[in-house]
Design a protein around this ligand. Structure first.
Ligand code: AQP
Length: 332
């Protein structure tokens, strides 16, 4: 059976990168796979989160997922900390993964920065928890943005080493699903940096809660170069900011970069940016309205997470029993 697991951190407002790189793809995959979507609050606390904000963000991210079209009846939607299997399996994986593997993770290096000694142990072990998230359900496919590719490779290594060490075929080797025209949406202020919730500059990202004016202003002020748009993809080489905006347009418009350049090639950003702003508002406004409506009903959102956690426990419980048996934990 093909089963999907994917997650998003409640570390702040979702942005266009989370939407185009992940959540929109979830909506497309829900017809084809059994899907488990998780608000990964345990991952979020690997860097400091204000408790009240964490709770609010967990509800908001859930609401945005549903507003974007993830069907809470057909799929499982829950927050990670409600299902203990994630923490239990992560500990076992802490004992399977090697220090050398984690030392190679670029996300830790980027997030810990120069002050590694002060980073939390959780931030370092983050990829082991991510492997546990996926493998606690024996998920076979994981839709993610480009930035998570390395963590998924580690998940495959952990599954293979566990199976090898214990001489049992317990875990599947997961396949990443990376698709769409916006697998890596870049910052609006720097085309070499990915759009991220934790970027201190609000102007670097379009948040899913931005109003019409904010979206238009951020796109108008997005960094670009003085050249008009090229006629073909080759002309976007060495022009990261232009390539980013064209990619965003293509993804929002369900078209391709070639088609966008076919329409806007030779035109300047003075023409392209307002068209992009209109398109972004057009596509995002209905999602934002629905998110706001759902946020006004916190009990409804909590109910979805509670029901989702129950279903998630039903799937993970027999898998954890199998893992504990294989590892040699005595269940008296
Ligand atoms: N810029 C991006 N372009 C495309 N996809 C992206 N994703 C994140 N940023 C981009 C994808 O969104 C999903 C959820 O990401 P996350 O919230 O779990 O964590 P992240 O990758 O660390 O995202 P952020 O926004 O950069 O969060 P912070 O700043 O808190 O670290 C994933 O599938 C991811 O690939």
């Amino acid at each position: 059976m093909k089963r999907i697991f994917s997650g998003v951190q409640p570390t702040g407002n979702l942005h266009l990168g989370n939407y185009l790189g992940a959540i929109r793809n979830w909506v497309r995959l829900q017809d084809e796979y059994e899907c488990i979507f998780c608000v990964v609050d345990m991952h979020a606390i690997t860097v400091w989160q204000d408790p009240a904000e964490l709770r609010a963000n967990t509800r908001e991210v859930t609401a945005a997922m549903i507003a974007a079209g993830v069907d809470s009846e057909r799929n499982i939607i829950f927050n990670q900390s409600q299902v203990s299997a994630h923490a239990e399996l992560a500990w076992i994986f802490n004992c399977v993964a090697r220090l050398g593997w984690l030392n190679r993770m670029t996300q830790f290096k980027e997030k810990a920065g120069k002050d590694r000694e002060r980073a939390s142990v959780g931030l370092y072990a983050y990829p082991n928890l991510m492997a546990a998230d996926i493998l606690a359900y024996k998920a076979t496919h994981v839709p993610v943005g480009e930035d998570q590719k390395q963590h998924l490779e580690l998940c495959r290594d952990i599954a293979a080493k566990f199976n090898h060490d214990f001489g049992a075929e317990v875990f599947p080797i997961v396949e990443p699903l990376i698709f769409g025209e916006a697998t890596r949406v870049m910052s609006l202020r720097d085309g070499m940096k990915k759009m991220s919730k934790s970027d201190p500059s609000e102007a670097s990202r379009i948040s899913m809660t931005d109003d019409t004016d904010a979206i238009a202003r951020k796109i108008r002020k997005a960094k670009t170069d003085p050249e008009p748009l090229p006629d073909d993809m080759a002309g976007l080489r060495e022009r990261p900011e232009a390539a980013n905006l064209v990619g965003i347009y293509a993804a929002l418009n369900d078209s391709t970069v070639e088609q966008v350049l076919g329409e806007f090639g030779g035109k300047g950003f003075g023409q392209f940016k307002p068209a992009l702003a209109d398109l972004a508002v057009d596509k995002l406004a209905p999602i934002q309205d629905e998110t706001r409506r759902l946020m006004a009903e916190p009990e409804f959102v909590d109910g979805i997470l509670r029901k989702g956690a129950e279903k998630a426990r039903d799937i993970s419980a027999p898998i954890m029993a199998e893992v504990q048996e294989v590892v040699g934990f005595l269940r008296a």
